[in-house]
Ligand binder design. Structure first.
Ligand code: ATP
Ligand code: MG
Length: 336
């Protein structure tokens, strides 16, 4: 079970919150150390309205989650208005720093390693969905929430956090605040796209997978050729016409890994949730060969579908980068 820490203990463990690693949607995170020398990460939760009983209930649920591809909760703090979660520290940081790096100090992975990492992430998500005694939907799968241990084994972070924020009447408000544009499934933006389910995480996983293959953010308004501005759309067209993914100095085996990951990602980002595979199916596809994979239907909205896009746009009006290019590139043929 996770251990309860006082706020004074958090101050001591983080050296008075000296080493701030970042700021996410839930609050700030700080690096720290237990008296044993074990490195930790303290996540201070802002604006969580839970009572002590509710908070401890959720913490004990999250604390019972143990999987090699899921970050371990070590402890928590609940004192007056201070609420915090204490996790094991991951020395190789989050995946975004590696896949979006431009050959600087961070390591870029071999295609075998990218495949292995993808499979690890899929296993972690599948465990959260069905492998443990509670079903945890993540709602915020993205490269920043995939951490890497000393062996570069991927670990999913920030699962179960949506639960610390009681549902408001307007689901859109809470989902947009919790999810991240570029990864968030259409049904989390507007219910007119269907029901929210574990397939919403499959969608985010697909976007993540495509970013791992592209080695870049899916939406890049500075991409050298405009057809490449939205990577999933460009990759779909390339594979569909039998072209390649324009990878430099790769063997045929490596090119096939990349193509396989792309096809799986394109299945995962189907607009209609029932068309997306389950995480178990995703794992099967990752473990199988490319010859067993069929090309999915084109997974985007159609720019002629103004009604459905209008719904998305109105809900996303305050969101900037990436969104417009996604909506422009989209071609979704069924009416919603
Ligand atoms: N356990 C950890 N070990 C090492 N670094 C971590 C750990 N957890 C988070 N980080 C780093 O701190 C950064 C900020 O994390 P945080 O979860 O607050 O924000 P985020 O992941 O960008 O957004 P979100 O609130 O949607 O999760 C992460 O991007 C990651 O690089
Ligand atoms: Mg995070």
């Amino acid at each position: 079970m996770p251990k309860r820490y006082s706020y004074a203990a958090l101050i001591a463990m983080t050296n008075n919150f000296k080493d701030k690693l970042g700021q996410g949607g839930f609050g700030s995170v700080y690096k720290g150390q237990l008296y044993t020398g074990f490195l930790i990460l303290v996540k201070m939760l802002e604006n969580s309205k839970f009572s002590v009983e509710e908070f401890i209930n959720e913490v004990s649920t999250i604390g019972r989650i143990h999987h090699v591809n899921v970050v371990q909760l070590v402890g928590f703090c609940f004192e007056d208005s201070k609420r915090a979660l204490v996790y094991e520290y991951m020395p190789n940081g989050s995946l975004d720093k590696h896949i979006f790096s431009k050959g600087d100090e961070t390591q870029s992975f071999s295609w075998e390693k990218i495949h292995e990492i993808a499979l690890g992430i899929a296993r972690g998500i599948e465990y959260l969905h069905g492998g443990c005694d509670v079903c945890i939907l993540h709602f915020d799968i993205k490269p920043h929430n995939i951490l890497l241990d000393h062996n570069f084994t991927p670990k999913i972070a920030d699962f179960g956090l949506a639960k610390f924020y009681p549902k408001e009447n307007d689901f859109v408000t809470i989902s947009v605040a919790r999810g991240t544009i570029g990864y968030i499934a259409p049904e989390l933006i507007s219910r007119s796209f269907g029901a929210i389910s574990n397939k919403s995480d499959v969608y985010s996983f697909g976007m993540l997978l495509l970013e791992m293959v592209g080695g870049r953010r899916n939406s890049d308004i500075y991409a050298d050729r405009s057809s490449k501005a939205y990577f999933p759309s460009w990759a779909y067209d390339q594979i569909n016409k039998g072209g390649d993914l324009e990878l430099w100095s790769v063997t045929e085996i490596e090119a096939n890994i990349a193509r396989k990951l792309c096809i799986i990602g394109l299945w995962c980002i189907q607009v209609k949730a029932p068309d997306r595979p389950s995480m178990i199916k995703v794992m099967e596809m990752l473990e199988g060969t490319i010859n067993n994979l069929q090309m999915p239907p084109k997974p985007f909205f159609s720019s002629s579908q103004h009604n459905s896009i209008g719904v998305v746009q109105s809900n996303l009006q305050r969101m900037v980068l990436g969104c417009e290019s996604i909506l422009e590139e989209c071609s979704y043929n069924d009416s919603v």
